[in-house]
Design a protein around this ligand. Structure first.
Ligand SMILES: [Zn+2]
Length: 268
């Protein structure tokens, strides 16, 4: 490399620091910097103030025309600069201009980054929502499974007692079965029960000999087809049932039966 060629290359260092060179020029400078300590020192000297200034400038996205104009003026200046500038290069104005251009480039990059971060945030929110939905469904499935487990445990209880209930005058088509285990509770299933009037509920009663009917707020409603399957917890001290009955009562249930009897059955 001749001295003139070297000076020419050296005059491009400012544009190199700004990232304003073509890829080919850029590669040429990079190759030269490996072997030339003087140029490497210049690049190092230019980078420090440029970086500091760039960090101090708020990132903004300038109009493309403004950005292009500044880039062109920097490149034109660097190509028409005197060939023999020696160690005085870079000039202060170039460093300042470099800082502005670099800030603009960084500003565009920051805008791009903000867009990307916003997109990632929205994807994250969506993923969290899906996760929460999945967890809710899982919790619901666990509840259903636990319920089925409890019902099965009554069916399989060694002390299980069966009561078949028959529809009465108010609901001749209705029928039900109750399975009761002192240790595991009461499983009740009914079908063909009439739709309830507003403000009314069905209530199950346990009859034990001559004691008044017992109900621990064992109330229930059917689905649209008059079907229900439900579990009731029963106290371990519950007197052994001899019969069971279902009446219609005000919402929330009553301590003693007041309404019409819909289902009645004796212990099998
Ligand atoms: Zn050099």
């Amino acid at each position: 490399m001749t001295s003139a060629e070297h000076d020419d290359l050296r005059s491009q260092l400012g544009a190199y620091v700004l990232g304003a060179l073509t890829p080919a020029e850029n590669a040429e400078v990079q190759l030269h910097l490996i072997t030339c300590a003087a140029c490497a020192a210049d690049v190092h000297a230019m980078r420090a103030p440029v970086d500091a200034l760039a960090l101090a400038v708020d990132p903004v996205d300038p109009p493309a025309a403004v950005r292009q104009r500044i880039l062109s003026s920097i490149r034109a200046s660097s190509s028409t600069a005197p060939r023999r500038t020696g160690r005085a290069f870079p000039s202060a104005w170039l460093a300042a201009a470099a800082s502005v251009v670099l800030a603009i480039i960084l500003g565009g990059y920051a805008t791009q980054l903000r867009g990307r971060v916003q997109m990632l945030e929205s994807q994250l929110r969506e993923a969290i929502t899906q996760l929460q939905t999945g967890e809710r469904q899982m919790a619901q499935a666990r509840l259903v499974a636990a319920n089925a487990q409890r019902q099965l445990s009554v069916l399989a209880a060694p002390d299980v007692a069966h009561v078949d209930l028959k529809g009465q005058a108010a609901a001749p088509q209705a029928s039900a079965r109750a399975l009761w285990s002192r240790s595991r509770g009461l499983l009740f299933a009914a079908s063909n029960l009439p739709a309830l009037p507003a403000g009314r509920t069905y209530q199950l009663w346990v009859i034990s000999g001559k004691l008044p009917p017992i109900s621990d707020a064992w109330i229930f409603k059917t689905d649209a087809t008059g079907v229900v399957t439900t579990m009731f917890a029963t106290p371990v001290t519950l007197p052994a049932p001899t019969a069971m009955a279902v009446t219609i009562e005000p919402d929330g249930g009553t301590p003693a039966p007041t309404g019409a009897m819909y289902l009645v059955g004796s212990l099998n």
